[in-house]
Structures are given as structure tokens and as C-alpha cells.
Ligand binder design. Structure first.
Ligand SMILES: CC(C)(COP(=O)(O)OP(=O)(O)OC[C@H]1O[C@@H](n2cnc3c(N)ncnc32)[C@H](O)[C@@H]1OP(=O)(O)O)[C@@H](O)C(=O)NCCC(=O)NCCS
Length: 233
């Protein structure tokens, strides 16, 4: 019998809300960043969620966790993909909208998560901004709500890939081709100058928030086992 291995990705979401308890979990640097945000609440909810989920998984006090960022493109430590300082092997990714924050955690592989509000996919130039020309036919027969769901799903897959690799939108999402909105998630082609990741798996994430779509990606050839936990609040 051939045993299929899978990589477990733990996903937790939280509804954005103003919470002194969340704020109290953040360190000075995070609080300073929150103060500079036009909308601080989603940032605070998201970063508190990261701390809660990692604190729970590592059995550590969430407020004592220390993070660093490093940019894949320019090596700066002032921006880029965040990681835990003293806990090698644990990887996480954060994404948030004005209403929802989502965190994904994986052990031993880089992971990326992205959550998209359907209303943000409701603009005329979506295809030009995000799709390769040969991806457009996958959307041709879709209209209304179905079209927005399809756009948000594909956009979340692409951004999850670019957050797993750490490139972010330095790589043009139209150069990262993923399967069509009605097909199982997969990386189809990588046309960016930056090196293609040696392996990547993608999974859609079912969220309770029906007006959002989310996806995770991890740098592995194994299929992903996505474990969506209870809402953390
Ligand atoms: C990463 C990025 C795709 C996030 O997009 P977004 O839709 O605005 O935001 P999301 O809510 O999905 O994710 C934000 C979180 O992603 C994480 N993140 C930031 N940069 C990241 C990167 N390069 N790779 C993976 N994750 C990253 C952070 O946790 C960030 O939260 P924070 O800003 O509150 O710390 C986008 O901000 C980006 O492309 N940044 C890179 C720009 C850059 O690096 N420019 C300079 C290159 S020298």
C-alpha cells in the first residue's frame, strides 16, 4: 500500500474587533506600527491572533513571543516575511481585511495565507491587474456573485503562493499562474524572473465568513491537510 504523506497547516480566523485584550498582547514595536495605521483595529486583531495561535501551539505566553522580519528581495529587516526569532522549524503567515484576520501555521515548511473580501474583487480591471492572458478564459462564463467568488479565490491562491515564497507583490501576480477558479488549487506556471519555488502546494480554505475567500500555500510537494480551528476571540 502506498502511503500518502501530507503537510498539516493549522488555520485560525478571528473577526476584527476593537479589543483592549488584543492590544495588550502586542509588543512596543507592534503598537507603534498600529498607531501609524489608518485602520489600527484589523492590524491589532491580526497580530494578537498570531500571538494567540502560536502561544497555544508552542505552549508559550503569547505576549512574550518575539518576531523578526526579513525581505527576500533586499534583505532588509524592516519589512518582509515575519518569523519567530527563537523557534526554528515553526512557520506562520498572517492576512487580514477590515473584517477578518486569518493565520496559518506549519511545521518544517514555509507557509503563506491570504484572505480576500469579495467586494475587493469587484472592479473592472481585475483581469488586467492579476491574471495572465491565458488564465482569463477560466472566468469567461461567470457573472455576478460567482464571478466575484472566482476572482477572490484565484487572487487568494496567487497571493498565498507569493507569501509562502516571501516575494509578496514584488512578483507580479499575473506571472504566477494558478488553476482556474472551478478547478482544484495548484500552481500551473511561474513566469517571473525570480526563481520558481522547487515545490509548492496550495489549498483553498473554507471560512465561516461567507463574503471572504482564503487560500494557503506551502513550499512542499506534499498535499496540504488544512485544519481550520475554532474562531479565536
Ligand atoms: C506581503 C503583501 C503581499 C501583503 O499584502 P496585503 O494584501 O496588503 O496584506 P495581508 O493582510 O494579506 O498580509 C499582511 C501581512 O503579510 C505579512 N508579510 C509582509 N511581507 C511579507 C512577505 N514579503 N512575505 C510573506 N508575508 C509577508 C505580514 O505579516 C503582514 O502583516 P503586517 O503588515 O501587519 O505585518 C504585500 O504587502 C507586499 O507585497 N509587500 C511586499 C512589498 C515589498 O516587500 N516591497 C519592498 C521590496 S524591497
Amino acid at each position: 500500500m502506498i502511503e500518502t504523506m501530507s503537510v498539516r497547516v493549522i488555520v485560525r480566523e478571528a473577526g476584527v474587533s476593537d479589543s483592549p485584550t488584543d492590544l495588550a498582547l502586542l509588543d512596543d514595536g507592534e503598537r507603534a506600527r498600529a498607531e501609524r495605521k489608518r485602520q489600527a483595529t484589523p492590524f491589532v486583531t491580526g497580530h494578537a491572533l498570531v500571538r494567540r495561535v502560536l502561544g497555544e501551539l508552542l505552549d508559550r505566553d503569547p505576549a512574550t513571543l518575539v518576531f523578526e522580519r526579513r525581505c527576500t528581495t533586499c534583505d532588509s529587516v524592516k519589512h518582509g516575511k515575519p518569523h519567530l526569532v527563537d523557534t526554528p522549524g515553526w512557520h506562520f503567515s498572517l492576512s487580514y481585511t477590515p473584517d477578518v484576520a486569518v493565520v496559518a501555521v506549519a511545521q518544517g515548511v514555509e507557509v503563506g495565507v491570504d484572505v480576500e473580501d469579495l467586494t475587493d474583487a469587484d472592479f473592472e480591471g481585475f483581469a488586467g491587474a492579476t491574471l495572465a492572458r491565458d488564465e482569463a478564459p477560466g472566468f469567461a462564463d461567470l457573472t455576478g456573485h460567482d464571478l466575484l467568488v472566482a476572482r477572490a479565490r484565484v487572487w487568494a491562491r496567487k497571493e498565498a503562493v507569493l507569501k509562502a515564497t516571501g516575494h509578496g507583490l514584488v512578483v507580479d501576480p499575473s506571472e504566477v499562474l494558478v488553476s482556474g477558479p472551478l478547478e482544484p488549487p495548484a500552481l500551473v506556471d511561474w513566469r517571473a524572473d525570480e526563481p520558481r519555488p522547487s515545490a509548492i502546494s496550495i489549498a483553498d480554505v473554507a471560512l465561516p465568513a461567507g463574503d471572504h475567500r482564503a487560500a494557503v500555500a506551502a513550499l512542499t510537494a506534499e498535499p496540504l491537510e488544512v485544519v481550520v480551528g475554532p474562531s479565536v476571540r
